[in-house]
Design a protein around this ligand. Structure first.
Ligand code: MTE
Length: 315
């Protein structure tokens, strides 16, 4: 994610300025040439030994070529653990995502708390292979393990005033070095309209590649909305609040001109500073061409949620 140059805090070095994806890939190549197994540097054994989860296979994304586990867990955006792409993997190793509970509050029959264990019993865990498109212009294909967010919404029993849902990420500067720096307005907040949240593609992910979610990907539970830019996917969710009005999300506060509430993948609405019409698939290699970005990231079935809306205005 990039902040508007005019608004950015000059003491903050943007991730794009220090670790662009090309540099990341080049460095990996260098490590390989030097005879160092890149995986052993980037992926400590504890990650590869993460507990496995039981899940049901689904047809979602069966035809896609998966992005490697190394790239999915080594090239991340998670500003609570630093603004560089490789910071989250390195800086989140001591973070303890258990025990965990999510507060459910706002326009619900009764405010309550749900533990991770309870949450995982609300519906069978499913594998969902999703294309993920980052607003910065790159994409991945990730085999998530999760359950439909709808299962939690049904359990929460929202009232008629619940028009939107706000997702609040855990924030503890003692254990999250990036959260000590005011690069964003903490805690990280994202939001969805209630019908977007109920859409069957929207999941709460608790794992990937058959295993428990790594810390850098948002352990123990994060949002995944595959037709929207990746920043919608709040990590390490600690509160889910049902609200009447559109939440003021972290990236809207950081740069409203650049990051809208809807954040639907839309090749015809460019970011003010770069095109959104194409994307680079992470791991495809330095010389691979760019891929054409598809409306709603190719998840056409969500189009009906926005019937009659001007998606240039509501970007
Ligand atoms: N959630 C929190 N709490 N903090 C963050 O900085 N970054 C977002 C999103 N969720 C972010 C976050 C952005 S910009 C992206 S692209 C995705 O997480 C990246 O998810 P990944 O690292 O698992 O690919």
């Amino acid at each position: 994610m990039l902040l508007d140059n005019n608004r950015r805090n000059p003491s903050v070095i943007l991730p794009s300025e220090i670790t662009p994806q090309e540099m990341f890939e080049q460095r990996r190549q260098l490590l390989k040439v030097a005879g160092v197994a890149a995986t052993s540097v980037l992926f400590p054994t504890h990650l590869q030994a993460a507990p496995t989860l039981d899940f049901q296979k689904t047809n979602y994304g069966k035809e896609e070529k998966l992005t490697s586990f190394e790239d999915v867990t080594g090239y991340n955006n998670y500003y609570e653990f630093g603004t560089g792409k490789e910071d989250p993997a390195r800086e989140s190793t001591l973070f303890k995502p258990s025990p965990w509970a999510i507060k459910i509050e706002g326009a619900v029959k009764q405010a309550k708390t749900i533990s991770l264990e309870q949450l995982m019993k609300l519906a069978p865990l499913e594998e969902r292979i999703y294309r993920m498109r980052c607003v910065e212009g790159w994409s991945m294909v990730i085999p998530w393990l999760g359950l439909p967010l709808k299962a939690l919404i049904d359990w929460a029993q929202p009232t008629g005033n619940a028009k939107y849902i706000e997702f609040v990420s855990y924030n503890d500067p003692r254990h999250m070095p990036g959260a000590r720096i005011p690069v964003l307005d903490w805690p990280y907040i994202e939001g969805l309209r209630i019908d977007e949240a109920m859409q069957p593609l929207t999941i709460l992910a608790v794992g990937l590649y058959g295993k428990v979610l790594p810390n850098q990907n948002g352990a123990p539970v994060r949002l995944v909305v595959p037709w929207k830019y990746g920043f919608k996917g709040a990590k390490a969710i600690s509160t889910i609040r049902f609200v009447e009005h559109m939440p003021n999300t972290t990236w809207m506060k950081a740069s409203p001109r650049e990051y809208g509430f809807y954040a639907n993948v839309n090749p015809s609405v460019d970011h003010p500073r770069w095109t959104q019409s194409s994307e680079k698939r992470i791991g495809a290699g330095l010389f691979a061409g760019r891929i054409k970005t598809r409306m709603f990231n190719g998840y056409d079935e969500v189009g009906q949620l926005y019937a009659g809306m001007d998606l240039k205005k509501y970007f």
